[in-house]
Design a protein around this ligand. Structure first.
Ligand code: SF4
Length: 414
């Protein structure tokens, strides 16, 4: 891994700006123009972009963003329709959408259809009218052009698009690119991530003890993303942070004059840590904190209550947001099924889905259990929860599940 990759903000923490439009509507040119790079492949041949492409970028003052270049939503044929489906999946993680149309275009039926999808998810949209240079002569060199009323009417937008925030652009002539950037800043939702992972639980100067077992599942030579994010968040809030492996918990607690304000543990050793947690110390887990930061913790807690109504005939869907080779003792593949089988019998049924492969229809399941979702942005986790809510299927996550099964959920703070 290169040093700059190590320093980079993970995509999960970036504002996701997705560019939607037909093939050859200038989506890739827009990405190149705003990133000042020629990284997105631009071609006059329609359909150059296949799978969505994620491009990390800093947009001041928004901070770290990721631009998502999508395949045209008018793509055709068997492969084309698969690409359209991939583009559709991007909606679930989009914080801000750019709808690219071409100046002089006359058919907007597809755009209206996709705007309805975005509207349904309440995603703010910036309409960009691209290739302005093909319908009018632009002033050379200034980089700015205010489309005049008569020029606007030449562009001929349908009434349904009139209400959208919009900007007129020529990526080729570099016209109005700065305006485009400013409009993105204006429209970006301010609350795409919560401000902090831990600030609601601690004060400046509080001592926080972290328990992070470095077992076979821990990646070699490093901590996992939720642990790193939590440590950084605690340091930002001027907490005093200690970290130990599970076997050093008791020894470390004896070293301190006063008990820690908060213990944050790996969920897998929740019960062990709870049994040794001083009574004045608050207890939570990385996964529970992430469930609040990136999802809907109240929904996960409500979902956990459904565990008690399961039976041997129940069917469970386990969602892992990224694929990995399951190791011995893997939480989603081994530990959670073992806990449920022990309580409800061997015949309980499990289905696993990884990555973006989440079924549209989850209604045949009795419970959905989601992983910590550390590689997903908040929007994506919320939209997965919403799918379960819409179909009235309870959903919880690994950390909340384990706390409930260990009988300690009511003692956990979040
Ligand atoms: S499966 Fe989920 S919790 Fe595990 S690494 Fe992937 S996104 Fe993170």
């Amino acid at each position: 891994m290169a040093v700059n990759e190590l320093n980079a903000t993970p995509n999960a923490l970036r504002l996701h700006i997705a560019i939607f439009g037909r093939r050859n509507s200038g989506k890739s040119s827009l990405i190149n123009a705003i990133s000042n790079q020629n990284t997105a492949l631009v071609s006059d041949v329609a359909g150059t972009t296949t799978d969505p492409v994620y491009r990390p970028i800093e947009i001041h003052p928004l901070g770290p963003c990721v631009l998502i270049d999508t395949a045209g939503f008018d793509d055709e044929g068997e492969l084309g329709l698969m690409r359209v489906e991939k583009t559709r999946e991007v909606i679930s993680k989009t914080d801000l959408a750019v709808m690219a149309v071409v100046a002089g275009q006359s058919d907007f039926s597809k755009e209206l259809e996709w705007l309805a999808f975005l509207d349904e998810k309440k995603i703010p949209v910036l309409l960009t009218i691209n290739k302005l240079d093909t319908v009018m002569t632009l002033p050379l060199g200034s980089g700015v052009h205010e489309a005049k009323p008569n020029e606007r009417s030449a562009i001929n937008l349908p009434q349904e698009l009139e209400g959208l925030e919009r900007v007129y652009i020529s990526a080729r002539e570099n016209t109005n690119i700065e305006k485009f950037r400013q409009k993105l800043i204006e429209l970006a939702p301010s609350e795409y991530e919560l401000d902090s992972i831990t600030a609601h639980l601690i004060n400046k100067g509080d001592h926080v003890l972290l328990v992070a077992p470095q077992d076979i599942q821990a990646p070699k030579g490093r901590l996992i993303l939720p642990q790193i994010q939590t440590i950084r968040d605690l340091l930002d809030h001027k907490a005093i942070v200690s970290i130990v492996t599970t076997d050093k918990l008791e020894e470390s607690l004896m070293l301190y004059k006063n008990p820690p304000k908060l213990i944050i543990t790996d969920s897998q050793v929740f019960k062990y840590v709870k049994d040794r947690c001083p009574k004045e110390t608050l207890l939570t887990s990385f996964s529970v904190l992430m469930a609040r930061y990136k999802g809907d913790i109240d929904e996960f807690v409500r979902g956990a209550a459904a565990i008690d109504s399961l039976s041997e005939k129940s069917s469970i869907l386990i969602l892992e947001a990224c694929s990995h080779n399951p190791l011995d003792g893997d939480i989603g593949r081994i530990k959670i099924p073992a806990m449920l089988k022990k309580r409800f019998g061997e015949n309980i049924k499990f289905t696993w889905k990884s990555g973006n492969d989440i079924p549209a229809d989850v209604s045949s399941f009795d419970l959905v259990i989601h992983c910590g979702g550390c590689m997903l942005n908040r929007k994506n986790v919320i939209s997965r929860i919403q799918r379960c809510k819409d179909q009235k299927i309870p959903v919880t996550n690994y950390g909340v599940f384990i706390a409930h099964m260990s009988g300690i959920l009511s003692d956990v703070v979040y």
